[in-house]
Write a protein that binds this ligand. Structure first.
Ligand SMILES: NC(=O)c1ccc[n+]([C@@H]2O[C@H](COP(=O)([O-])OP(=O)(O)OC[C@H]3O[C@@H](n4cnc5c(N)ncnc54)[C@H](OP(=O)(O)O)[C@@H]3O)[C@@H](O)[C@H]2O)c1
Length: 256
């Protein structure tokens, strides 16, 4: 499971994607869509999914060795370091696109009610884990084209969604993610590092996360397939001049 076969990297012209958090929802859909596109994929799941995750790729008709699975739990620094060091052991690996998709929403999470631990859980999973995963990847010698963070319209400070009762810790964690990734982009620019850093809002996507009963009307719900097909195009349309910017699945710039 943790060895990258030489065959996977024999054709250096193939595009390689790394999807962090690929067991369900949007992350799993990335794997399916990329398999259909004949791309090469490194997908991570948590330990609990390791036994059956490779069967998930079969939903796209078999991976033909183009999808490799690794274990990464973004709540654990040791897990992140172990995962990244396994990738770094391959001197020929290059990654064109990294999608840091892992995230949680435990609804409701109101500022006036939630516990210390519930707040920390959202921050650790949605902010600290994703940023440290990117940081550890950037500290290797692996050439990386683009790192995409799965953010949310809930994380916009400027376009504050007052109706979103019960989303306080979630939106705060995505706002913090946004601010950290902007700093990451600015730091990389100062170092003349060409890795592109992007934030994406995937839309209102029908997944386990959004399968909650909220008292307001959620407009424009889309399928994971609609979201991911569009996001792949958004990601591939961006260059270094876009590093440190925030986009929707419909390729519209979104306010921080
Ligand atoms: N759905 C939406 O409408 C929507 C809107 C805006 C933003 N987003 C963002 O899009 C991303 C994907 O959401 P989704 O809707 O696909 O949610 P989902 O169906 O609940 O899937 C969440 C994914 O994140 C993984 N994950 C959670 N905690 C993790 C951890 N500690 N380490 C590694 N992986 C972990 C899950 O793995 P396990 O199976 O192991 O739990 C799962 O693969 C999230 O960042 C979310 O905030 C979603």
């Amino acid at each position: 499971m943790n060895h990258i076969p030489d065959a996977l990297y024999a054709d250096r012209e193939m595009t390689t994607w790394l999807i962090v958090g690929a067991s369900r929802g949007i992350g799993l859909e990335f794997v399916k869509q990329l398999l259909l596109r004949e791309e090469r994929i490194i997908a991570t799941v948590r330990e609990t999914h390791a036994l059956h995750a490779s069967m998930l790729w079969g939903q796209a008709g078999g991976d033909h060795g183009r999808c490799q699975m690794f274990i990464c739990d973004v709540l654990s620094e040791a897990s992140i370091v172990s995962f990244v060091s396994q990738l770094a052991a391959d001197p020929f690996l290059k990654i064109d696109y990294v999608v840091i998709n892992a995230g949680v929403l435990r609804y409701p999470n109101r500022a006036t009610e939630l516990s210390f631990d519930e707040f920390a859980f959202h921050l650790h999973t949605n902010t600290i884990g994703p940023i440290i995963t990117a940081q550890k990847l950037l500290q290797t010698n692996i050439p990386i084209g683009t790192i995409v963070f799965m953010s949310s319209d809930s994380g916009s400070a400027q376009n504050f969604l007052e109706r979103e009762d019960g989303f306080a810790a979630y939106s705060a964690s995505k706002a913090a993610l946004n601010q950290m990734l902007r700093h990451m982009a600015a730091e990389l620019k100062r170092k003349d590092d060409d890795t592109i850093i992007l934030a994406l809002h995937p839309g209102e996507v029908a997944t386990d996360m959004s399968n909650i009963s909220v008292p307001w009307q959620v407009e424009g719900i889309i399928t994971p397939e609609q979201s991911v097909v569009a996001m792949i195009d958004v990601i591939q349309s961006k260059g270094i001049q876009h590093s440190g910017t925030f986009w929707t699945w419909q390729n519209q710039p979104y306010p921080w």
